[in-house]
Design a protein around this ligand. Structure first.
Ligand code: NAI
Ligand code: 2PC
Length: 315
């Protein structure tokens, strides 16, 4: 009989997961995904069950990496929250299985994984696509993803200025305090993004918050919110004038309102750039449309499991 599964909860995930370990694993996973080799990654587009009464969805994100022996699925519930709501926008659990026997090896908190792997993939997009000498970073949104994006973008790059905007002044002030200052709070999205070299959109908005006419030519945008076919964060002007990259072409064409409703073409996946099969158009305005992929959760969960197991066996 198989061993019972271990439970690895939030604090323990936090204590073992580090961006320096995660980033190379995610780069490798993005490259493998884009090769479409079924021995490397099998990952269907997320199935989303509507939770109509609660304005949300439960996403199911199964992934199998045969060569790496990794089998997992994430359950992620995400919601459109009304202004002032204190309920979380995203809750997630990752289940890691033994692919040979089919038993569950570990059940782990998926919030830290989702928060960190999403920010890490956006940072990889910036590493690949932002113009050299980028100085100004703008973040639209001040929630969970805003903080993780701030953390990794300031850890990986040396911006001279970081700006942030959110719907309320209180949210902006709270965010600035939470990161210990060093960030300029802005009164409007336009003020935050004008002249910025890199723009991160991490809002719960279902309407465009970022307009192409404000965006400097050659800027890189990492667009993380609006993960439903009728939700938007970016307007048509930006989508049609930028070179659009995605984590998954199929994901973008079935889940991204910014891609579907603007009619913009997906030029490449990030993995194509990593594999050298599509170019990084650094000198042009670029949008990375992030939807989130099961393979990102799979490699993150395996990393957590390995680190956690090593910690248990240390004398
Ligand atoms: N691409 C991916 O892999 C992932 C995407 N997400 C998405 O990222 C977004 C942010 O997630 P969290 O930071 O966890 O949420 P959160 O609730 O912690 O933060 C959301 C932020 O957006 C702001 N906001 C909400 N509605 C807005 C509107 N109409 N206009 C302007 N700002 C608005 C809120 O004030 C808050 O600052 C969500 O859309 C979520 O679904 C989350 C996880 C993974
Ligand atoms: O990949 C993910 O976990 C999510 N994408 C959109 C909301 C949650």
């Amino acid at each position: 009989m198989a061993e019972p599964p271990v439970i690895i909860w939030q604090q323990e995930v936090e204590s073992v997961l580090r961006y320096r370990d995660l980033v190379p694993r995610l780069e490798d996973a993005l490259g493998k995904f884009s090769r479409r080799d079924r021995a490397e990654v099998v990952q269907p587009v997320r199935a989303a069950v509507p939770l109509q009464k609660h304005s949300g969805f439960m996403g199911l994100m199964p992934t199998y990496m045969e060569n790496d022996g990794v089998l997992s699925t994430k359950f992620v519930c995400f919601y459109k929250r009304e202004k002032g709501s204190t309920l979380p926008a995203v809750q997630a659990t990752v289940v890691l299985l033994d692919p040979e026997r089919g038993n569950v090896k570990a059940v782990m908190d998926g919030e830290v994984i989702t928060t960190m792997r999403t920010a890490a993939v956006s940072a990889i997009s910036a590493k690949l696509l932002m113009a050299s000498g980028a100085e100004v970073l703008a973040i639209l949104g001040t929630g969970t993803q805003a903080l993780s994006h701030y953390n990794i973008f300031t850890e990986m790059f040396s911006f001279k200025e970081v700006r942030v905007w959110s719907r309320t002044k209180e949210n902006v002030e709270r965010f600035v305090r939470s990161v210990g200052g060093g960030v300029r709070g802005c009164g409007s999205a336009e003020e935050a993004v004008r002249g910025a070299d890199v723009i991160v959109t991490v809002t719960g908005s279902t309407e465009p918050v970022l307009h192409g006419q404000w965006v400097k030519a050659g800027a890189h945008v990492a667009a993380v919110g609006a993960c439903r076919p009728d939700w938007r964060e970016l307007d048509d002007v930006l989508m049609k004038s930028a070179v659009v990259y995605a984590d998954s072409r199929e994901g973008a064409l079935s889940e991204s309102g910014d891609v579907i409703l603007s009619g913009a073409q997906v030029f490449a996946e990030l993995g194509d750039v990593i594999n050298g099969t599509r170019p990084a158009e650094r000198e042009k305005t670029t949008v990375f449309k992030s939807l989130g992929m099961g393979v990102e959760d799979a490699v993150s969960a395996q990393l957590v499991f390995d680190q956690w197991t090593a910690k248990q066996t240390k004398p």
